[in-house]
Ligand binder design. Structure first.
Ligand SMILES: Nc1ncnc2c1ncn2[C@@H]1O[C@H](COP(=O)(O)OP(=O)(O)OP(=O)(O)O)[C@@H](O)[C@H]1O
Ligand SMILES: O=P(O)(O)OC[C@H]1O[C@H](OP(=O)(O)OP(=O)(O)O)[C@H](O)[C@@H]1O
Ligand SMILES: O=C(O)c1cccnc1
Length: 496
């Protein structure tokens, strides 16, 4: 596969891909002289999407591209200078705009590699640096990581349903949320487990294999199916997949076979047929029987029509003989969950006298929504077979005790002691140091292979769609106790 260059997708700078409040806060911090106070933010989601047991982290390469090209252009500054408050006053004074003009990004960013399996509350990214800068990154990072992670996870579920050897073709562009939604979805779908896309721009930009069949309009443009199929075979003698359901599916298969015989006489093989309506289990079995009987056991059966992971699972249970799944709308729009609710929370602030850290917390009525203070790292403990056993979140700014204990933040009576010799790996890796990239990004194909290994390493009970087992993610005991003290300190005490 050709590793298409990522750089430049968001160049010239898209610094204004942000919410206004990031810029108003930036101005406020600057006015207060707080712009360079060192801060730490974490980007994480609280609950895995699709009521599933895991998510596949994605979007880092796009985020890196955006950050590396981050610069306020003269046009951007002119626009910001034109913004007015409700009394007609300039929202941002010229001096501040000049500050933005010369702003040089110099944060540290650590992130979980794309394709890695992650769970609720785990920081996918950690941003450490000048408060104003780290805050300015929030919206764009969330936009990119939330959507990419959502779609990569959906694709991983579709891969789970289809099994390791069936082909998955992503056909979603026409139903996507705009051009960029379609382009981003094709990327994330491939990363999460699709084999190819019909989206030609995604092919050019990301090196994703492009594949496809033909539309009903092709058949309808000719006098009959045989003429239509023959004409298509003339154009693509070794890469033809005929859509057989325009009039009558099984009759369509018979017409396809007539053309396939002619093709074979000329030294070519019909690659496949596509079913796009009706009972896909029944029709695929019938089609397979007819094709096999006619001597075409290697002609593939492609199916499409609003497919998703549960439907694919059901079709397989019904004995469908489909070997290629064309999946569009449900995949690229993440149909049953419109968004991943990833958030970006401040977790530490350097003390004013520079002597250490103040760890910060956002309280919520629900403990599960209360943020986690500290400068966090994720440590993934492995079982004796090298498979994930439990994840521990800990504060890298504090020393770890010799005897480690994980505490479930949702139920502190659930605890897991860690034997000192337990193997582990740490998930957050340095990506930027002082604004300079220190990580060579893997290719998209490498991230895709990593995603497949990651998902496969999970226990099937965590991967299943219905009421999946909850993978244990605990806070290191010291962090748990610190967080509890901070909650009690910050929560106003009211008497009964
Ligand atoms: N055997 C099956 N079991 C469960 N669902 C199926 C089966 N076969 C097809 N489906 C799904 O049922 C839904 C509706 O199928 P149906 O053929 O009625 O679609 P349609 O789009 O209305 O057909 P048409 O294109 O002929 O109007 C689709 O999502 C399709 O994938
Ligand atoms: O169902 P999805 O998962 O979204 O997959 C994409 C759909 O797009 C096409 O239909 P459309 O009717 O747009 O065009 P066609 O004439 O080529 O079938 C294709 O036939 C699929 O049914
Ligand atoms: O190539 C195909 O079969 C295709 C492409 C886009 C949408 N539906 C089908």
């Amino acid at each position: 596969m050709n590793a298409a260059p990522l750089s430049g997708l968001y160049a010239p700078s898209l610094a204004l891909v942000t919410d206004l409040y990031q810029l108003t806060m930036a101005y406020g911090y600057w006015q207060q002289g707080l712009q360079d106070r060192e801060a730490v933010f974490h980007l994480y989601f609280r609950k895995a999407p699709f009521q599933g047991g895991y998510a596949v982290a994605a979007g880092l390469a796009l985020a890196v591209d955006w950050v590396e090209n981050l610069k306020f252009s003269e046009d951007d500054l002119e626009y910001l200078g034109s913004l007015r408050g409700s009394k007609g006053n300039a929202m941002f004074p010229a001096e501040f705009l000049n500050y933005l003009r010369h702003l040089k990004f110099n944060c540290d960013i650590d992130a979980v590699p794309e394709g890695t399996v992650v769970f609720g509350n785990e920081p996918i990214m950690r941003i450490q640096g000048p408060l104003l800068q780290a805050q300015l990154l929030e919206t764009a990072l969330l936009t990119l990581i939330n959507f990419q992670t959502l779609i990569a996870t959906k694709a991983a579920r579709i891969r789970e349903a289809a099994g390791p050897t069936d082909q998955i073709l992503e056909f979603g562009l026409r139903r996507a949320q705009g051009f960029d939604g379609g382009l981003g979805a094709s990327r994330a779908a491939f990363l999460g487990g699709a084999d190819a896309t019909s989206n030609v721009l995604a092919g050019q930009r990301y090196g994703i294999p492009v594949r496809g069949t033909h539309a009903h309009s092709w058949v309808m443009s000719f006098a009959d199916e045989v003429t239509a199929f023959s004409a298509y075979a003339k154009a693509f003698p070794d890469d033809s997949v005929f859509l057989v359901d325009t009039y009558d599916t099984i009759e369509g298969v018979r017409q396809a076979i007539k053309v396939a015989r002619e093709m074979r006489a000329n030294g070519h093989e019909l690659a496949g047929i596509r079913l796009d309506s009706g009972d896909l289990a029944y029709l695929s079995r019938e089609a397979r029987a007819v094709l096999d009987e006619a001597g075409f056991p290697n002609t593939r059966i492609v199916a499409s029509n609003d497919l998703e992971e549960n439907l694919i699972t059901s079709l397989k249970q019904q004995g469908a003989r489909i070997d290629t799944w064309g999946v569009g709308t449900q995949l690229v729009t993440a149909y049953n969950q419109a968004a991943l609710g990833g958030v970006y929370k401040l977790a530490a602030l350097r003390k004013a006298d520079n002597s250490g850290w103040d760890f910060t917390i956002k309280l919520s009525e629900q403990v599960a929504k209360t943020s986690i203070p500290g400068i966090l790292q994720i440590r993934r403990y492995l079982n004796e077979h090298g498979k994930p056993r439990a994840d521990m979140l800990y504060n890298t700014a504090e020393d770890l005790p010799n005897h480690l204990m994980l505490v479930d933040p949702a139920d502190s009576t659930r605890r897991l002691p860690i034997r000192p010799d337990t193997q582990y790996r740490e998930l957050l890796e340095p990506v930027f140091r002082k604004g300079k990239r220190v990580l060579d990004l893997p290719t998209l194909a490498e991230s895709r292979a990593h995603a497949q290994r990651e998902v496969q390493s999970l226990d099937p009970s965590v991967r299943r769609f219905l009421n999946p087992h909850i993978f244990p993610v605990g806070l290191e005991m010291g962090l748990y106790e610190y967080r509890t003290r901070l909650i009690l300190e910050k929560r106003p005490m009211r008497s009964a």
